[in-house]
Design a protein around this ligand. Structure first.
Ligand code: ZN
Length: 283
């Protein structure tokens, strides 16, 4: 009888054990070779002991050892690149590492259109002072997107930073008060005003601010060109330079900036390119 129950326990534990072993291996973002997606390039022929630097459209790329990934047999190093929403499937894309070019093709993706009505007309037709302000803020944000650090454990997957339904997916072609504007560069999570927003992985806070369109904003550098941004917050609880780990409170859900209601606008940037956050989510 005792023997039988031990066996049952062992059988019950086996799937859990296997699962935790799998989770320990490096899990890359989901590959999706479309505008706004992710491509993984095996850097064949690059065999140096230290990571080669690789570039795509003028931005430095995340380069990781291939060990433990499905590219292990193909190459020693892999580049993980974000593909801009503006990339054209008709053009051949290429990544450069040392003197070698690596070409790849992308597929088309038809993102849906979204029509929004915004009460504050200046958020649709900003006056010249607003435009000046937005340009200044944009430069500050791009500097944060371009942060480069090399943590010992590269971050390649995220937990969700807030609890709530997705109210607006990444990539929507957007119209504010019927006028076309930039496509949606993040994922919106609807949640009540004041609910916590938490770090999706380890990183360092590289920017905070109260921005014209984005409202109260936090940007985290996760290393190797991967950054995340949190917008429209009612409250910011971190400062530039703060180290965060998965679950660290960053602040609270709000409706500051250009919004139609309280939500988190969460954007993920890789090689200074906004990509679909869904591709990085843990199950
Ligand atoms: Zn949004």
């Amino acid at each position: 009888m005792i023997q039988l129950s031990r066996l049952t326990r062992l059988l019950c534990l086996t799937p859990l054990l296997l699962w935790s072993l799998n989770a320990a291996a490096m899990q890359l973002p989901d590959e999706s070779k479309v505008p706004g997606g992710i491509v993984v390039i095996p850097l064949t022929g690059q065999n140096s002991a230290s990571a080669p630097s690789a570039w795509y459209k003028g931005n430095r790329l995340m380069v990781l050892p291939s060990k433990g990934t499905r590219y292990e047999a193909e190459s020693h190093w892999i580049a993980v690149a974000g593909i801009p929403l503006s990339a054209k499937p008709s053009e051949k894309q290429h990544v450069r590492a040392n003197a070698t070019s690596y070409y790849f093709e992308i597929d088309n993706k038809e993102y849906k259109a979204q029509y929004l009505t915004v009460k504050n007309k200046r958020h649709v037709d900003p006056d010249p002072e607003d435009v000046k302000r937005w340009r200044r803020e944009k430069a500050k944000m791009v500097a944060a997107y371009k942060s480069w650090s090399e943590p010992a454990s590269p971050v390649t997957r995220f937990e969700l930073p807030a609890k709530g339904p997705y109210s607006s997916p990444f990539g929507l072609r957007r119209f504010f008060n019927k006028q076309p504007r930039n496509p949606h560069s993040g994922l919106d999570i609807a949640a009540p005003h004041g609910d916590p927003i938490t770090a999706p992985a380890a990183g360092v806070v590289v920017d905070t601010g109260d921005y014209f369109f984005n409202g109260n904003t936090v940007i985290i550098d996760h290393g190797f060109g991967l950054t995340t941004m949190y917008c429209h917050m009612s409250k910011i609880d971190v400062q530039i330079g703060d180290k965060v780990s998965t679950g660290t409170r960053l602040g609270a859900i709000g409706k500051t900036g250009r919004v139609t209601g309280p939500h988190l606008h969460w954007s993920v940037s890789l090689n200074n390119t906004r990509v679909d956050p869904i591709l990085f989510l843990n199950n």
